[in-house]
Design a protein around this ligand. Structure first.
Ligand SMILES: *[C@@H]1O[C@H](CO)[C@@H](O)[C@H](O)[C@H]1NC(C)=O
Ligand SMILES: *[C@@H]1O[C@H](CO)[C@@H](O)[C@H](O)[C@H]1NC(C)=O
Ligand SMILES: *[C@@H]1O[C@H](CO)[C@@H](O)[C@H](O)[C@H]1NC(C)=O
Length: 331
């Protein structure tokens, strides 16, 4: 009998010892999907900026530190010849079809024959580990996704845009222009590149254009664009470009990112970019080619636009096929 008891005792000790060992050994944070809620010592926390809460630290810490880690990155995407245009597309995990439609149509990096284009999809971290895994697999095939470890949600869209600004500033500062758009937008690339950005001309600086909105905060809580008074007390927003699509010279990416570190976060990303632009003294240009709303397809109408909103993946293919097969037709 006594031997059985000591055996059990030994087993318990061994168990505890291995549990303690397991918890104390640091493990690499290579995978995006290995999130165990509530587990102590999750690597992401350890790598966060460590402040000891002293007043000295409080004063130098930025108001809005964007200190998220990359879960998926494409650091080499801009290596070699600087791209003329970087396309940043805000997307969510489930939009596999929309991403694929963009890759096969206007977002195809090999279509513009005379300029270099880089296309990237922007994502945060999903609560669903399976979706994170699927995105990781998709990324291993296409190498066109950047993911940071903030919670991916509608209310965090601003973080997604700032992640894109940070990425351009860090990994692609020599690019000429940047287009920020969404996954349900059709972009007329030829119009954008040839007629608006004009590769043969000297690249502009401090340039920002899109569908300019001069508006004010909506205080109705039921609205998708509700803005609480305590977050934004003013009755007017600075002019801002609709988030459905805006274009800027690449130098603006770092300017906006730096400004954002000292600018209180607003969940409406296009308004927030407008607030940063006002701080920087940059005025967004109105361009009638950027459409905030849906517009029925017609070849001649779509030849004149730069962006159109609310286009499904099927429509994207149909429009693209029609436009590319009728290049010879005059309007
Ligand atoms: C906190 O940080 C400050 C500045 O780095 C340092 O002087 C101070 O000793 C630290 N305090 C503690 C309790 O670690
Ligand atoms: C936004 O992301 C941060 C960082 O991951 C998270 O703490 C916060 O809850 C998220 N907000 C929303 C509304 O999802
Ligand atoms: C942005 O901030 C970084 C770090 O403080 C600084 O090195 C850089 O010069 C700033 N860039 C611009 C364009 O202000």
């Amino acid at each position: 009998m006594p031997s059985k008891v000591s055996c059990l005792y030994l087993l318990t000790v061994v168990c505890w010892a291995s549990a303690l060992w397991y918890l104390s050994v640091p493990r690499p944070s290579s995978s995006s999907t290995s999130s165990y809620p509530g587990q102590p010592g999750f690597p992401v926390r350890q790598s966060r900026r460590s402040g000891n809460g002293s007043l000295g630290n409080m004063r130098t810490r930025s108001l809005n530190p964007h200190d998220f880690n990359y879960l998926i990155n494409e650091e080499q995407k801009c290596a070699g010849e600087a791209p003329f245009l970087v396309i940043l597309i805000s997307t969510t995990h489930k939009e596999f079809d929309a991403r694929q439609a963009i890759r096969e149509t206007w977002g195809d990096e090999s279509t513009p024959s005379d300029v270099r284009v880089v296309t990237l999809f922007l994502l945060g971290r999903n609560a669903d580990a399976v979706l994170n895994q699927m995105v990781e697999q998709e990324s291993q095939i296409f190498h066109d996704m950047v993911v940071e470890d903030f919670v991916d949600s509608y209310h965090n869209l601003t973080l997604k845009t700032m992640m894109g600004m940070r990425w351009v500033a860090t990994f692609c500062p020599k690019a000429h222009y940047v287009l920020k758009t969404d996954s349900d937008i059709f972009v007329n690339m030829e119009n954008l590149i040839v007629n608006l950005l004009k590769p043969a001309t000297k690249p502009r600086r401090r340039y920002f254009t899109g569908y300019v909105i001069n508006g004010g905060p909506i205080r109705d809580m039921r609205s998708k664009w509700y803005m609480p008074r305590d977050l934004y007390p003013d009755s007017k927003y600075p002019p801002f470009c609709s988030g459905t699509g805006y274009v800027f010279s690449a130098d603006v990416a770092e300017l906006i990112y730096n400004a954002s570190l000292h600018t209180r976060l607003l969940h409406l990303e296009d308004v927030y970019v407008g607030v940063c632009l006002r701080k920087l003294g940059i005025h967004p240009f109105q361009n009638s080619g950027f459409n905030h709303w849906k517009m029925a397809y017609s070849l001649c109408r779509y030849r004149r636009i730069v962006t159109v909103h609310q286009i499904s993946p099927e429509e994207m293919h149909r429009i693209w096929n029609d436009m590319t097969s009728k290049k010879h037709l005059k309007c």
